[in-house]
Design a protein around this ligand. Structure first.
Ligand code: ZN
Length: 70
């Protein structure tokens, strides 16, 4: 189960709306969230077509890693 306290992003990469607790999935080992389960399912099932979403998450992952370094 994804952990609510460790969600990578606060806002859906597609709509900019707040992440919904029933719309979480894993990306590169990080818990990522979407605004609704349809966004989440589409990302999960079509990850190879979701370059914009992946870029959004990868920027946040890099920022998280930088914060952990300092
Ligand atoms: Zn969304």
């Amino acid at each position: 189960m994804p952990q609510v306290s460790k969600i990578l992003n606060q806002y859906c990469p597609r709509s900019g709306k707040a992440v919904s607790m029933d719309s979480l999935t894993l990306y590169l080992g990080h818990t990522v969230g979407f605004c609704n389960p349809r966004c989440r399912d589409d990302f999960r099932d079509n990850q190879d077509k979701c370059d914009k979403d992946k870029m959004y998450f990868e920027v946040l992952i890099k920022e998280t890693l930088v914060k952990m370094t300092y």
